[in-house]
Design a protein. Structure first.
Length: 266
């Protein structure tokens, strides 16, 4: 059975300096509150993993939590660049940031391999791109049955995966719906997992199209209402577009970002 903890206690117990940490969620259910708690607790040297790093990873990078980013696309969705990410790559501020870039398909297959207990995944992908020349974890492989040239990528097994979902019951079974992304695979691939939820209920009501993560697959659950804001949580609240616009101005300037950082740390 998964533990039910406060967000502060869950991050303190599960996220450690130097960990490989995945915060997953695609367009909605992004675990923003958990990312900001990692900042407050001052974690350092993290390898951050995410298919689509957006403003929560910009915040973590700007706060100096990360030493490496493994990703397949990065930006402030609908707005533009991640300026703290750019500053770290271009100017090593506040600390140098190593990057490892993949395609969406490559990242998804890496999680699936990790969840399946396999050492690597094979896919038709990366053809015609320069990514194999830039990324050491993309390798050609020949099919032993057909001779077809394919691409291999290593499994992803985060030390801890953090996701946000709509509900959990008191035993730690988790229910999420809407655009699911790779949350399930990222949790199953991880050594430890934290799921923040909008609410903890006595019983999970059936929901069409819902994904249920059983308690045995989850290390800890924390009730964090609005834990995905400014992204949205289907059935609970909408995306805060103004917050994404505002982040562009905050993140462009180191001093303004510093003021924001002081605000969430107070």
């Amino acid at each position: 059975m998964a533990k039910v903890l406060s967000l502060e206690d869950a991050v303190a117990e599960l996220v450690r300096d130097g960990d490989i940490v995945a915060l997953e969620g695609f367009t909605h259910l992004i675990p923003v509150a958990a990312g900001q708690e990692i900042i407050r607790q001052g974690r350092r040297g993290l390898t951050l993993v995410r298919m689509t790093p957006d403003i929560v990873y910009d915040q973590l990078i700007g706060a100096g939590c990360a030493s490496k980013l493994i990703f397949s696309w990065g930006g402030n969705p609908g707005v533009g660049s991640l300026h703290r990410f750019r500053d770290a790559v271009q100017h090593s501020w506040p600390v140098p940031l190593e990057i490892e870039e993949h395609s969406h398909a490559g990242m998804a297959n890496r999680y699936v391999a990790g969840a399946s207990g396999l050492p690597f995944a094979v896919l038709r992908g990366y053809t015609g791109t320069d990514l194999p020349k830039q990324t050491d974890t993309i390798k050609p492989i020949t099919c032993p049955f057909t001779g077809e040239q394919l691409t291999a990528v290593p499994a992803l097994n985060p030390d801890v995966t953090v996701i946000h979902a709509q509900r959990a019951d008191r035993a730690g079974n988790v229910q999420l719906w809407g655009i699911a992304g790779v949350q399930k695979e990222a949790v199953l691939a991880a050594k430890r997992s934290l799921v923040t939820v909008e609410e903890i209920v006595d019983e999970l009501e059936p929901k069409a199209g819902a994904v249920v993560l059983p308690a045995w697959a989850v290390t800890a659950v924390a009730e964090v209402p609005f834990g995905a804001r400014p992204s949205y949580a289907a059935g609970y609240y909408e995306r805060d577009n103004d917050a994404y616009q505002a982040w562009d101005a905050i993140s462009r300037d180191r001093a303004e970002f510093g003021k924001w950082l002081e605000g969430i740390s107070a």
